[in-house]
Design a protein around this ligand. Structure first.
Ligand code: GLA
Length: 532
């Protein structure tokens, strides 16, 4: 049973907290972003050190290692690591771990972050072997904000803001350039997209908006962040820029020379019939024949272009996360891991509407068993903050409750989290949505499990995710148009007795509950809890 005060508090947290004198139940604030008044539930981070972000990290032997310890708390802060394997060094001022590991194996390290108020410690497992991306990627991508207008300056500013906003301290890592870094002969009237497509050695050449790719990559790395880029297995990207068909190995080598850490590989202009036109890469692709022939015949055409790029990436001395993008065709979740995808898009492009976001997120049901450490379903990027597919941006059309649903659901789904907004205009609500460490820990849990839909009762849904410590993250969702009570029964979780429940957005223990837990959930909203 819930007390009326508790129900009201969930419905109207700010007002009730103030009226009841409940103090820091929820930090309330209003911003002008989004539709209506925005309620900030995430408490500000403590001034004491706290280590956030991934607890497990995959690296291939012999490749450059970069991991920045994410920690909140007052600066100055000093970092230390016990049992760091030979080959790695930690910079005690920046918390960056760099170097190279040559021997495969699991290395369990203890990280420490210390400031004048105290010290935090946390285990961190480095897994040196064939697999990377063991937890879903967290970062930013240029598309939902700049789209075809992106420039190197925009990328630098996004990297700057990732640091100055403090988001880097919550585990946000990648700064990804989407389409339009390449030359685009289809937009002949835009001089910033014209130039040589490839050099004399057939290496890809960026368009004039990216005059020095190596310098840009170094700039982003210099901030302790990683950087990604985009291509297509066809001759052209979705936007009509030069892409990788018949140049896969050359492109992978060029990405590695520049120092990229992430590749989004977007189907668009690929067609299986193109394979008969392969010339430059014929010899390389013929080495893959046995592998490709081992794929199920009805999926071979879907899998081939991704297998070719995966094989190319495997041949370069750099860890490049591989993000498949083909909108879910051919049940990609069934074979995405087999072609070495670290994630695969399962849906069409997201927009900042309730219809689009909820359709993408709540449809992730039959693909659930296929997610795991190193390979995740991807219902597309985040649409909080100022978005707009460039150049005119607007505050997301999602209401605050819809934004809570969006982030809660993506974290439950163990989805890659790629911020899509203008990083230089992070308003307080957006920042609070992206910096709740207990919510982000649901996404980053080392078990790598995707939530299952446990209950569907009309517009009310309960989704649960198994966590490594045996607890469950539970989302009580209301997809309907008026507030409703949503509950989870312990028996549906296979549990009995009393269980401890914590509200993750408010970072507050709610008590122990017998048989079930329920809450009033606003229209299009969520109550996200963790149950032990
Ligand atoms: C497709 C993808 C988007 C974006 C654009 C770029 O639509 O799904 O995420 O990468 O291409 O052109």
């Amino acid at each position: 049973m819930k007390s009326p005060a508790r129900l009201a508090q969930i419905l109207f947290p700010a007002i009730v907290a103030a009226a009841l004198g409940l103090g820091p139940v929820a930090t309330a604030a209003e911003t002008s972003t989004g539709s209506g008044a925005a309620i900030i539930l995430t408490p500000p981070p403590s001034a004491k050190p706290r280590i956030n972000g991934a607890q497990v990290f995959g690296v291939r032997p012999g490749t450059p290692f970069l991991f920045t310890i994410a920690a909140t708390g007052d600066r100055p802060m000093t970092f230390a690591a016990d049992h760091l394997p030979a080959g790695l060094q930690l910079d005690s001022d920046t918390g960056r771990i760099t170097g190279v590991l040559n021997k495969e194996g699991d290395y369990v390290v203890t990280l420490h972050a210390k400031n004048r108020l105290g010290e935090a410690s946390r285990p961190f497992k480095i897994v040196c072997g064939p697999h990377i991306g063991l937890t879903p990627a967290m970062g930013w991508n240029s598309w939902n904000c700049f789209a075809s207008a992106v420039t190197a300056e925009d990328i630098k500013k996004a990297a700057d803001a990732m640091v100055s906003s403090g988001l880097i301290n919550h585990g946000w890592t990648y700064i990804n350039i989407d389409d339009f870094w390449e030359v685009n002969p289809h937009r002949a009237n835009d001089p910033t997209l014209q130039g040589p497509q490839r050099d004399a050695d057939r290496n890809i050449v960026p368009n004039p908006r990216f005059p020095d790719m190596k310098a840009l990559v170094d700039y982003v790395h210099g901030k302790g962040l990683k950087i990604g880029l985009y291509s297509s297995p066809g001759p052209w990207t979705c936007g009509g820029c030069v892409a990788s068909f018949d140049h896969e190995l050359l492109d992978a080598r060029q990405y590695a020379r520049w120092g990229f850490d992430y590749l989004k590989y977007d189907w668009c202009s690929y067609r299986p019939e193109l394979e008969t036109h392969r010339k430059i890469s014929e010899a390389f692709v013929s080495t893959l024949t046995n592998w490709i022939n081992s794929f199920p015949e009805n999926r071979r055409d879907d899998m081939r272009p991704y297998a070719i790029m995966r094989a190319a990436l495997n041949r370069v001395p750099r860890d490049i996360l591989f993000s498949l993008c083909q909108y879910g065709m051919g049940n990609v979740w069934e074979w995405g891991a087999q072609v070495g995808g670290n994630s695969w898009r399962t849906t069409g492009d997201i927009r900042d509407t309730w219809k689009s976001m909820s359709a993408n997120g709540f449809s992730q049901i039959s693909n659930q068993p296929f997610a795991g450490p190193g390979h995740f379903n991807d219902p597309d990027m985040l649409v909080v903050g100022y978005v707009g597919w460039g150049p005119n941006l607007h505050p997301t059309h999602l209401t605050p409750d819809e934004q809570y649903t969006h982030i809660s659901l993506w974290c439950l789904l163990a989805s890659p989290l790629l911020i899509g907004c203008d990083m230089t205009r992070l308003d307080p609500l957006t920042l609070s949505l992206l910096s709740n460490d207990e919510v982000l820990a649901v996404d980053q849990d080392p078990l790598g499990q995707q939530a299952k839909r446990l209950v569907k009762n009309g517009d009310l849904e309960v989704w649960t995710k198994d966590m490594e410590d045996g607890s469950k993250a539970v989302g009580l969702f209301n997809r309907g148009d008026s507030p409703a009570a949503v509950e989870v029964k312990w028996s549906d979780l296979g549990w009995s007795g009393r269980h401890r429940v914590r509200d993750l957005w408010r970072q507050k223990d709610l008590g122990t509950f017998q048989n079930d837990f329920g809450a009033m959930v606003p229209r299009h909203g969520v109550e996200l809890v963790r149950v032990w």
